[in-house]
Design a protein. Structure first.
Length: 575
């Protein structure tokens, strides 16, 4: 009975229900499983990311930019001068496009007649040819009517109410300095890339997605470039010359601080059809540069030991060589020493110095100075020298000695003069800004003692010789004039001169070379009716140096100069 009572008292648990302790255990187990699954998911994601990072690192593949990031990149890299002033940049612009199907295939493309629309566009753009625009609109052919228009001009076109005149927004290449440095920069043609100049040289870098975000700094100083072009233009126009070229070169690095060729062109308006005046006289023009070669010949002779005593008298009479006779422009006496020959620019004495030096040694000196090949510069337009082939004859050697029979570019001359005054080291010219560690070591072409002696003689020429008009007070300019008749069919053209002046400053510690070339100057009031370099190219240097000196960190100092007392005695001797 007791057993039955006890059995009856035991509670009966309904089916489908568990004790509270079992519920808690099941819930805890489920939570642990969910946490474990979450942790496993995180581990899997982390492993996938790690594998991706390792694969990218080993494969060298950069992550792809999103379309938004790509849209924010400049379409083409910026070019600046050495201080960061913009020379070329991409910017959003507007164009005017004619879409004859803007109103559908039926009906006229224009609301008004082509003549009326052309007249309205003429009022907005005064430079357009109204008759040509009328014909263009009447043709019904789609295409650009104008590639670059200002926002206010775009608003005026919109106000005409002609649906066929569309104003698409595009990215354009803009040169904020206008024509300044045009031959250095070149220009860009849409869908074709850079043309001419550094735009062509740097095309891959400027358009590369990973590199175009960083501006490219050139060696050019925009202030020096502006001064050079200004003075060069004044000199060219005042003598009615057909063209001119100028270079300012750092003698210790080879960096081109300024380079100009006139007449210039506007890279903002150049297009697929090209531009006029793209010929670069500084790097592509090949000229016989006359007496500017005489110091180079003398330097080679000093280096070789042919000229040891500067007081030695050399025969100054005309030199018969084969069928020709080498003469001076005017009688200078029976004999002269080398300093006198440079001051008075004697052909006869320089020819005799070259003759004693010999063809092999003078030829070797010119090769060392790079005169036998295209100039060293990044630009694609580089003129090939007219170099005498084979072994040089005696007459070739003597005429090359005073600047005839060998035609080179103004850049050749600038690099040679830099080597002659900087201690004797030749370096290639460059249009890229160089860090101190990137300056090329160069090669020795003259002894340091020879360079020192040539600095004295170049300074002496500017003080007492044909380069007096190039002397700028306080800047210790030294240099040499050169006037050469242009070679043509059948011989030399006596009415067409190339006048040049090659200079350096300050001559007690040279930092910059300046070369000015004026192509076919005429005798005018400004040049005292003379065409030679003393009256045409040298004065340009005299006006330019005081302008650019302070910009380049060279300030006038009348308390310093090159000691030329010993040479002055030799020049005065016998006069």
């Amino acid at each position: 009975m007791n057993a039955l009572a006890a059995h009856a008292a035991t509670p009966v648990i309904p089916a489908g229900r568990l004790p509270s302790a079992g519920l808690r255990a099941q819930a805890l187990w489920s939570a642990r499983m969910r946490l474990l699954l979450l942790l496993l998911a995180f581990v899997v994601i982390a492993l996938i990311a790690l594998v991706r990072i390792v694969s990218l690192g080993l494969g060298g593949n950069a992550p792809q930019r999103t379309s938004l990031e790509e849209a924010l990149l400049p379409p083409r890299g910026e070019i600046t001068d050495r201080s960061g002033a913009p020379l070329a940049r991409a910017f959003p612009a507007y164009a005017m496009w004619f879409n004859p199907k803007a109103m559908g295939d039926s009906g006229s493309a224009l609301v008004r007649s082509p003549a009326e629309v052309a007249a309205a566009l003429k009022a907005i753009f005064p430079d357009i040819d109204e008759a040509r625009m009328t014909k263009r609109l009447a043709s019904g052919k789609s295409g650009y009517l104008r590639r670059r228009i200002l926002p206010e001009e775009a608003n005026k076109v919109f106000a005409l109410g002609e649906i066929a005149l569309e104003i698409p927004r595009e990215t354009d290449r803009y040169y904020p300095q206008g024509t300044l440095g045009a031959h250095v920069l070149g220009y860009v043609v849409e869908d074709q890339g850079g043309k001419l100049g550094m735009e062509q040289v740097l095309d891959d870098r400027l358009s590369h997605p990973e590199m175009r975000t960083k501006p490219v700094a050139l060696s050019i100083d925009v202030r020096v470039q502006g001064a050079l072009e200004d003075e060069l233009r004044r000199g060219m126009l005042s003598t009615n010359a057909i063209g001119a070229a100028g270079i300012v070169l750092d003698v210790d690095t080879g960096e081109v601080m300024a380079m100009a060729s006139l007449p210039e062109f506007d890279p903002n308006t150049a297009g697929a059809a090209g531009a006029v005046n793209v010929f670069n006289r500084a790097t592509n023009g090949v000229y016989e540069l006359g007496s500017t070669f005489k110091p180079l010949t003398v330097a080679a002779a000093i280096d070789a030991g042919v000229v040891r005593d500067l007081g030695r008298q050399w025969n100054a009479a005309p030199v018969p060589v084969g069928r020709r006779t080498i003469k001076d422009s005017h009688a200078m006496g029976a004999s002269m020493n080398v300093p006198q020959a440079l001051v008075h620019s004697s052909n006869t004495v320089t020819a005799r110095v070259a003759d004693e030096l010999g063809p092999q040694r003078l030829r070797r000196a010119m090769i060392d100075l790079g005169m036998d090949r295209r100039p060293f510069i990044e630009l694609p337009a580089r003129g090939k020298p007219l170099w005498p082939q084979g072994d040089w004859s005696r007459v070739t050697n003597m005429t090359v000695g005073f600047g005839h029979g060998l035609a080179v570019t103004p850049l050749h001359l600038a690099s040679a003069y830099a080597a002659m005054v900087n201690g004797g080291i030749w370096r290639p010219a460059t249009l890229m800004k160089l860090a101190p560690a990137d300056v090329p070591q160069g090669r020795r072409v003259f002894k340091e003692s020879t360079s020192s002696k040539m600095r004295q003689m170049l300074r002496m020429i500017s003080l007492y010789g044909t380069g007096r008009s190039a002397d700028a007070p306080g800047y210790r300019v030294g240099g040499k004039t050169g006037s050469a008749e242009k070679a043509g069919v059948g011989g030399y053209n006596k009415t067409a001169l190339v006048s040049s002046f090659a200079a350096a400053f300050p001559m007690d510690a040279p930092r910059y070379v300046v070369v000015i070339v004026v192509d076919e100057p005429k005798g005018t009031i400004a040049s005292s009716f003379q065409r030679t370099a003393a009256f045409t190219s040298a004065p340009i240097v005299g006006k330019l140096v005081p302008r650019i000196g302070p910009m380049l960190g060279v300030n006038p100092d009348n308390g310093r100069d090159v000691d030329i007392s010993d040479l002055r005695y030799l020049v005065d001797k016998g006069e």
